[in-house]
Design a protein around this ligand. Structure first.
Ligand SMILES: Cc1cc2nc3c(=O)[nH]c(=O)nc-3n(C[C@H](O)[C@H](O)[C@H](O)COP(=O)(O)OP(=O)(O)OC[C@H]3O[C@@H](n4cnc5c(N)ncnc54)[C@H](O)[C@@H]3O)c2cc1C
Length: 300
């Protein structure tokens, strides 16, 4: 197996163009498991860990605050580990920080990256529902140029994403917000666990919209579009964004039902399809309740 170690992004993209079969390795927390279990035997590994450009984050557009809805976005280099997202970006990207805190263990969070989560594109990856609900965009680059792929168009199938063979993920752009976001996952234990199912909700008051997405409950992570539309219309028609009041139980229940209907889960070792559907409706009601209470306090 060849081990390719570029020092710069330009070198990495040139190598990926020459060797599209080379498997990128960032934190290695997915790749090394696959190699160790002999699930994958690539002809070459493309080590991205020396590339400084992938290990930084910066603010793009907006005021970087998000209090008035135009906070711009944080462009997070694909090689920024979860620990730094939690420590450095928790106030601006609450949903992503929340999901990052649930990933693996301290060791995995020190090594593992959002770029790697996106590269693996597992339906159970914890950051995906948050990126979908929060309107994130994936930045992909090759020697042909750079393109931005909305998260909604990135996940194509089980462990399949929209990258071309010569492309690398260079960053993910996540809109800055001070509005409430929530992420929750069900696992078979409290930590170091792959999600049986997961759910993210993001309030977008400036656009009077709600984002909602499910994980580990369909071949890909996916948005719960009908639930988003129902709740957005409900909140807007009752003038709830400007004068928020506690949500009716019937609204929370309907939101939960629509979220579980967005899933198309399977029975597997981690849980049955029926359990996943039930758990998603509970997660959706509960996280919406937390997010909305938070919003009411902020506006009051
Ligand atoms: C013990 C353990 C616990 C875990 N717990 C969780 C968990 O709770 N939640 C969760 O979501 N995941 C979990 N994982 C999986 C893993 O940690 C995450 O998916 C992590 O985000 C992977 O990041 P990485 O940088 O280590 O990726 P790597 O292993 O380096 O790469 C993962 C995939 O992405 C590709 N890739 C990496 N970087 C790029 C790039 N820049 N461009 C294109 N492709 C790229 C690789 O080729 C590979 O296919 C766990 C793994 C282990 C071993």
């Amino acid at each position: 197996m060849d081990f390719l170690r570029p020092d710069t992004l330009a070198e990495a993209l040139a190598l990926k163009a020459q060797r599209p079969d080379a498997v990128p390795i960032a934190g290695g927390t997915d790749v090394m498991v696959e190699l160790n279990f002999d699930h994958r035997r690539p002809a070459a590994l493309l080590d991205l860990t020396r590339i400084a450009e992938l290990r930084s984050w910066d603010l793009v557009g907006g005021d970087g605050d998000g209090g008035n809805g135009d906070g711009g976005a944080v462009r997070i280099g694909s090689g920024v580990p979860y620990t730094r997202i939690i420590d450095e970006l928790g106030d601006r990207l609450p949903g992503l920080a929340m999901a990052s805190r649930t990933v693996g263990s301290p060791q995995i969070r020190n090594r593992g990256t959002v770029g790697g989560n996106l590269g693996a594109a597992s339906p159970a990856g914890d950051t995906h529902p948050v990126l979908l609900a929060g309107d994130a965009t994936v930045e992909a680059a090759s020697t042909r140029g750079t393109r931005l792929i909305p998260a909604t168009e990135f996940y194509l199938g089980v462990k399949r994403n929209a990258l071309e063979p010569d492309e690398l993920i260079t960053a993910v752009h996540v809109p800055v917000t001070r509005a409430p976001q929530q992420f929750a996952k069900v696992g078979t234990r409290n930590a170091m666990v792959i999600a049986v199912c997961s759910f993210a909700v993001a309030l977008h008051p400036a656009r009077q919209r709600v984002g909602a997405a499910v994980g580990s409950a369909a071949p890909t992570p996916r948005r719960a579009t009908a639930a988003e539309e129902f709740l957005s219309a409900e909140l807007t028609s009752r003038n709830q964004w400007d004068s928020p009041k506690p949500l009716l139980d019937s609204v929370k229940r309907r939101f939960g039902e629509l979220v579980s209907q967005a899933a198309s889960p399977i029975d597997d070792v981690r849980g049955s399809a029926a359990y996943r559907e039930h758990a998603l409706s509970v997660l959706a009601r509960r996280t919406l309740d937390w997010a909305w209470r938070d919003y009411c306090e902020k506006v009051a």
